[in-house]
Design a protein around this ligand. Structure first.
Ligand code: NAI
Length: 467
């Protein structure tokens, strides 16, 4: 049976971009229909950020218990038996976390009276689509369409996903651990998951095409991560060109032209993600593209009137919090409010060992222009809280870049255990136009890692207290 729906706002995609758009639009009194072909929550909640952080957490717990069993440990904790891991139970726990969030999103949408249609939308023109649902085809026409279809993992030519060649999606739901894992790509996903699998006892080898890991960040910031990988026994091959996988070995050409053969039960390909622009009729909508992304202006308007696009579909950074912020703005624009997407900074957090946070300009970016800057840094080795939770010997630090003439902050970075939780304060400082004096004038609670930020500001002003 076929049904026809007319709606004010049609949101395509139920990830953090799409569901936030729908919730905000509904709060503003708009009639909203959301179409999702998979589970509500999208990549982030179902097969990305959340499950990966759950796996990273479980891996860290397992590894600290194992360390205690091995050496007795410096904290006086010891174990007389070697701990074991039942990965399928770990995965079941992780799925429980994912299910709770998925149900939470469904509940929020229900309470907001958003009409959710389950199925894949296919567009015939800019403002109407057909969704094949379990109970038949539904035709939807809308005054406003918000495209939030997200992104998907990129495969390597010659190494299609399937069997031992896996993407992050499969890596997060393995039922047993491989003895060895080759990770292609030392970016966010490769290093976050590669480190977690190493902590779970897997033999991990990372192959990266560029001459450094996490090429998005500068070398000072990634040095503590490189050191951890080395200490943990993760083999890292830089400048490696992958050629193929045969008989349990991954073949690559190294920087010096030699052939590398890496034995691997499984190969995790994490060489980036691409916007999901195919398979749902985008080509029939007549919107302009900007390279591989859908073109949008600073209000997330596409080139077609009343068609909006947000999140991974419209460009870098492909981050949950950017998508959600754009979705909230689009809902408010449709409701008649005046908004623009013009953040001072979008924080980026990498959940490696140790963690990295970056907001705004790094010293290299700032130095490239004409602005004279102050660079200042403070080590976690001099922070009491870091010492009290074994987070001081990672080589981690907080770093700021400020404009010299008015000491206004341009960028803040940190590397160290648990620094992801400092990202909010860093983003707030930049967004509110804080100066070094502003940060130095705020009483930061003791003992916390945030004192390292306060001390970095003091260092920038030339009078750090604890170094
Ligand atoms: P990525 O762009 O972070 O890293 C991909 C890496 O693969 C790069 O270092 C690149 O040089 C390397 N590479 C590309 N082709 C290669 C080849 N043929 N052989 C060897 N190396 C090759 O991409 P990733 O890790 O797949 O993540 C995708 C996106 O997902 C990220 O850009 C990020 O926006 C998002 N993400 C964010 C996270 C967070 O916020 N904590 C966590 C995970 C993903």
């Amino acid at each position: 049976m076929s049904e026809t729906i007319k709606t004010r706002v049609l949101v395509v995609g139920g990830g953090p971009g799409g569901y936030v758009t729908a919730l905000r639009a509904a709060q503003l009194g708009l009639q909203v229909t959301l179409v999702e072909g998979d589970r509500l929550g999208g990549t982030c909640l179902i097969r990305g950020c959340i499950p990966s952080k759950a796996l990273i957490h479980a891996a860290a717990k397992f590894s600290s218990v194992r360390e205690a069993a091995k050496q007795g440990g410096s904290l006086g904790i010891s174990l007389s038996v070697e701990p074991t891991l039942n990965l399928s139970e770990t995965v079941r726990w992780k799925d429980g976390v994912v299910n709770r969030l998925n149900e939470g999103v469904a509940g929020l949408l229900r309470r907001a009276k958003v009409q959710v249609i389950s199925g894949w939308a296919s567009f015939n023109d800019a403002r109407s689509c057909v969704v094949q649902t379990a109970s038949g085809a539904v035709t939807i026409t809308a005054e406003h369409v918000v495209l939030a279809t997200g992104s998907e993992p990129v495969a390597l030519p010659g190494l299609p996903f399937g069997g031992p060649i896996i993407s992050s999606t499969e890596a997060l739901s393995l039922q047993s651990l491989p003895r060895s894992l080759a990770v292609i790509g030392a970016g966010y996903i490769g290093l976050e998951l590669g480190s977690a699998f190493r902590k779970l006892g897997v033999d991990v080898t990372v192959l990266e095409a560029q001459d450094r890991i996490l090429p998005l960040y500068d070398s000072a910031l990634v040095k503590p991560v490189a050191r951890w990988l080395e200490r943990a026994g993760v083999a890292v091959h830089l400048g490696a060109t992958v050629m193929g996988f045969e008989a349990g070995s991954l073949f690559a050409r190294s920087q010096d032209g030699k052939t590398l053969a890496v034995k691997a039960e499984q190969v995790l390909v994490t060489v980036g993600r691409r916007p999901r622009t195919q398979g749902w009729g985008l080509e029939n909508m007549g919107v302009d593209m900007s390279g591989r992304f859908v073109y949008v202006d600073d209000q997330c308007r596409t080139s077609m009137r009343n068609v909006w696009a947000i999140g991974d579909l419209v460009g870098e950074p492909m981050l949950e919090h950017k998508a959600a912020a754009q979705g909230e703005m689009v809902a408010e624009l449709i409701a008649g409010q005046r908004r623009r997407f013009n953040p001072v900074a979008i924080p980026a957090v990498c959940f490696t060992e140790p963690e990295i946070v970056s907001v705004g300009l790094s010293p290299g970016d700032a130095g490239a222009g004409d602005i004279e800057v102050i660079n200042a840094q403070f080590p976690f080795a001099a922070n009491g809280r870091a010492l009290s939770m074994e987070a001081s010997d990672t080589g981690g630090f907080v770093r700021v870049v400020a404009r010299k003439h008015d000491r206004r902050l341009l960028g803040i970075q940190a590397v160290g255990a648990h620094v992801s939780e400092l990202s909010g304060e860093f983003a707030l400082a930049l967004e509110m136009g804080a100066t070094l004096e502003d940060i130095a004038g705020v009483i930061h609670a003791h003992p916390t890692l945030s004192e390292a930020f306060f001390e970095t500001a003091l260092a920038g002003l030339g009078h750090a207290l604890h170094v």
